[in-house]
Design a protein around this ligand. Structure first.
Ligand SMILES: [Zn+2]
Ligand SMILES: [Zn+2]
Ligand SMILES: [Zn+2]
Length: 140
């Protein structure tokens, strides 16, 4: 929690009780809770916090690099995780929604530099791999 506190302070933000509750919910619900699951957890402590507030705080924490958003296929929405260690990506099962981390980034920095030549400043990227987990893999 002290690291998050320092990070927020460095960027000029306070660790408000709501932000603290969202971070604690992410730690308690891991791995990969939905915003609704985080909200349910936060409400145990702060019953007046709305889902909107949870989303707002998640958006800020994502922007600050404290939280990762992982997009699920179709209309299933997103799940979230506390950033722990290095920038990385995720494998997502199209059948059961299982998500797991891969601890590296396959994006080539030179290619990002190429994108920036268009006059666009890249600050982050996200990339998910969709497929079938061991349990759901089609037989054959
Ligand atoms: Zn699966
Ligand atoms: Zn991850
Ligand atoms: Zn990456």
């Amino acid at each position: 929690m002290n690291d998050f506190l320092r990070l927020l302070r460095n960027k000029g933000f306070k660790l408000t009780p709501q932000r603290r509750a969202v971070i604690e919910a992410l730690q308690a619900c891991s791995p990969f809770p939905t915003a609704q699951e985080i909200h349910r957890h936060v409400k145990n402590r702060a019953p007046d916090v709305s889902l909107d507030t949870v989303y707002r705080n998640l958006t800020l924490l994502i922007r600050l690099g404290i939280v990762n958003q992982v997009n699920l296929p179709g209309r299933s929405g997103s799940v979230f995780e506390i950033v722990d260690g290095n920038h990385h990506h995720h494998l997502i099962c199209l059948s059961c929604g299982h998500a797991e981390c891969i601890d590296y980034c396959p994006v080539i920095p030179q290619k990002i530099a190429q994108a920036e030549e268009r006059g666009f400043t890249v600050v982050s990227h996200s990339l998910e791999f969709y497929g079938y987990c061991r349990a759901c893999r089609p037989a054959g």
